[in-house]
Design a protein around this ligand. Structure first.
Ligand SMILES: *Cc1c(COP(=O)(O)O)cnc(C)c1O
Length: 399
């Protein structure tokens, strides 16, 4: 079927909750994807960092096929022989005591909200029903009801209320604001180390260190949503390492499966995750053997193939090359590891979308975030020669 026909089908039968570029992909390998007409593109989005390991990584693929032949789902009513191994490997890798497996990122966020509230009531002694969680302006933590309730993006919230109470919003990157916002009922502060969907917003250098100190001093849990920043994207396994801190609860997802399957996790210490008792939380698919086998392989290749070091090295190079582009439409180029953004001057004709459309014609796929920001986040296996190729095209798109 031709691209046009597929697009028409999608428009006719699909809910229009996305506005995709009109490119219909049918194949992917490493950093490249191909459309139904066999045009080749460099993927500079990596499915919002879910394919950090590159498309269809052969080792993750093999692990998935091997496991699919043996056993896919048991539910947690019974044990399976993959989950304990994922527990051990992930906890050792991230220096966590415990983990709780879920599927999508939003489910991990919902889970952490439940855990933080429970800790507040049972450990901190907050009065029943009074727990408060502090979050940041322009946050992105997913699309479920309680999560959009504390979003500051009107488009994400409009006409979806009433919302879950118990959240308070403060500016991102402002540690003093956190200190002032914390009250006796505050149980947690949840934040992205770098705001991804907001347009790769990097906080001041000492922000997370200060935040860690404030949370410790005031007996408030620090929750880092590393669903996008984690697993190598910023040039470290977890972005918290840039600040030399450890969160009380860390969320990962997306690249935890290398893009093969939805797998997410809440990582934490005994003091918080240890409070959950049987029957108080769960998921039919969470922790299933197929997911666990895929996640184990995804983590293994990330480490063994030095993807994290590559993200750091090539990310720095990519950023430096982009910074050299001279164009009056460019307001700022910023990034950390392979999480990079070009922000255009407000009012630039066509906005970021126009640049993304021209880049698509030149063989690079990326997506605007908001009106004036273009994000570049290729798979972590990208090489210098590919970056050089891409930067030439990006220059041409601006010219
Ligand atoms: C993508 C993302 C989520 C939500 O993950 P889903 O799998 O889409 O539910 C949550 N937090 C952050 C920071 C994300 O980037």
């Amino acid at each position: 079927m031709k691209a046009k026909e597929l697009i028409n089908l999608e428009d006719r039968f699909g809910a229009k909750n996305y506005k995709p570029l009109d490119v219909v992909l049918s194949r992917g390998e490493g950093i490249w994807v191909w459309d139904v007409d066999d045009n080749k593109y460099l993927d500079c989005l990596s499915a919002y960092s879910a394919v950090n390991q590159g498309h269809c990584h052969p080792k993750i693929y093999q692990a998935m096929m091997d496991q699919a032949r043996k056993l896919t789902l048991t539910s947690r009513a019974f044990r399976n022989d993959q989950l304990p191994l994922l527990y051990e490997e992930l906890c050792q890798l991230t220096d966590s005591h415990k983990m709780l497996p879920m599927n999508s990122g939003a489910e991990a966020v919902e889970t952490v909200i439940k855990c933080a509230r429970k800790w507040g009531y049972e450990s901190k002694g907050v009065a029943d029903g009074q727990a408060q969680i502090i979050v940041c302006n322009d946050n992105f933590h997913g699309r479920t009801l309680s999560i959009i309730g504390f979003s500051t993006d009107e488009n994400a919230r409009e006409n979806f209320g009433p919302f879950t109470p118990g959240f308070k919003t403060i500016p991102f990157g402002d540690a003093d604001a956190l200190e002032q916002a914390i009250g006796p009922n505050t149980v947690a502060f949840m934040v992205e180390p770098v705001q991804g969907e907001a347009g790769v917003i990097i906080p001041p250098k000492d922000y997370l260190q200060k935040v860690r100190q404030i949370c410790t001093d005031k007996n408030v849990l620090l929750i880092l949503d590393e669903i996008q920043t984690g697993l190598g994207r910023t040039g470290k396994l977890l972005a918290e390492e840039h600040s030399g801190i450890q969160a009380d609860l860390t969320l990962i997802g997306k690249a935890l499966s290398g893009g093969f399957y939805p797998v997410s996790a809440v990582l934490s210490n005994e003091a918080v995750l240890g409070l959950l008792q049987p029957g108080q939380h769960g998921s039919t698919f969470g922790g299933n053997p197929l997911a666990c086998a895929v996640a184990r392989a995804a983590l293994k290749v990330l480490v063994e193939e030095n993807m994290i070091e590559n993200a750091e090295k090539i990310g720095t190079y990519f950023l430096d090359q982009l910074k050299k582009i001279q164009n009056p439409a460019i307001k700022e180029v910023r990034g950390i590891g392979l999480m990079i953004a070009i922000e255009l001057e407000e009012g630039t004709q066509g906005g970021a979308r126009a640049i993304c459309e021209s880049l698509m014609k030149m063989g690079i796929l990326c997506k605007e975030t908001h009106t004036y920001t273009i994000r570049f986040a290729p798979p972590l296996i990208i090489e210098k020669k590919d970056v050089d190729w891409a930067v030439d095209k990006i220059k041409a798109a601006f010219a």
